[in-house]
Design a protein around this ligand. Structure first.
Ligand code: SAM
Length: 255
């Protein structure tokens, strides 16, 4: 049997994240860790080693899922309405303050918005960054959109907003904070299962919302499960409902 090799770049990634670099994931048939970050087929993926865990996740804006999203996004799309896209009006500059795996950020960018997306969890951010780097290298249309209009950064968006110069304020701030799942149903997508296992519940979404309302020029919008109460019990200006989620929109009075 040949010993597994360590993919190029793994040492610097492990150093950057302060994580151990390992060659083997199991000993005597038992996983040594709950999760590992690994390079597979030229991409970075996160794999849960525990029993009954879903398969690995990675970020790929160019794969089938992203292609499907591109084909189904349009002016009538909920996200387009929630962000305030209007015919003949310049697309807004959007701060995605909870970037996660970048799906919504990518869709907004695909819709023509300029997007700055922040993710504070280092592991989630590394998956996102890897997806962005691979999109950069592609000459696909989606790669072009990412190169032109999507910037990702690792930071707490609250700190970023607090340090912004007045003329750098985004038109729109988008929030999709983690929401505690009541049960583990098959409907909970594997990406969300990973995020839940990695991040648990977030306590500070209300504070992020407050900062968003203070610094957005035109609007803040928040993704919520369809029947959940509004974030921080704040009554939205309008609501766009889908099958399982809704977007609560808060229009900012000029200030
Ligand atoms: C539900 S996920 C977002 C999913 C994302 N909309 C997508 O399309 O992939 C929420 C993410 O927001 C991140 N997050 C929460 N609060 C944050 C903050 N203050 N600054 C930056 N990231 C934050 C969490 O680490 C988590 O990865």
């Amino acid at each position: 049997m040949t010993a597994p090799t360590i993919a190029a770049g793994s040492k610097s990634l492990a150093d950057e994240l302060g994580l151990p670099l390992i060659k083997y994931t199991q000993r005597a048939g038992k996983p040594l860790f709950d999760m590992v970050l690994e390079r597979q087929d030229g991409r970075l993926q996160l794999r849960d080693l525990r029993e009954n865990a879903p398969g690995p996740i990675h970020v790929d804006f160019l794969d089938d899922a992203a292609a499907w999203r591109r084909e189904t996004t349009g002016k009538r799309d909920m996200l387009a309405r929630a962000v305030g896209i209007k015919q003949g009006v310049e697309r807004p500059l959007v701060l995605d303050a909870t970037a996660g795996l970048g799906r919504d950020a990518f869709t907004l960018c695909w819709l023509g918005c300029r997007v700055i997306a922040f993710e504070r969890n280092f592991i989630v951010y590394k998956l996102l960054e890897d997806g962005v780097f691979r999109a950069f290298e592609s000459d696909d249309e989606a790669g072009d959109a990412v190169r032109r209009r999507l910037v990702v950064g690792r930071a707490d968006a609250r700190e970023y907003l607090a340090g912004l110069a007045p003329d750098a304020r985004p038109d729109v701030v988008y929030l999709d904070p983690m929401f505690p799942e009541r049960k583990k149903t098959a409907a909970v997508k594997k990406e969300m299962q990973y995020l839940q296992a990695l991040l648990g519940e977030e306590e500070d979404a209300a504070a992020l919302f407050e900062a968003a309302l203070k610094f957005a020029r035109k609007r803040v919008f928040v993704k919520r499960p369809l029947h959940a109460p509004p974030l921080a019990a704040a009554k939205p200006s309008n609501v766009h409902e889908g099958k399982s989620v809704r977007f609560d929109v808060y229009v900012i009075a000029p200030h």
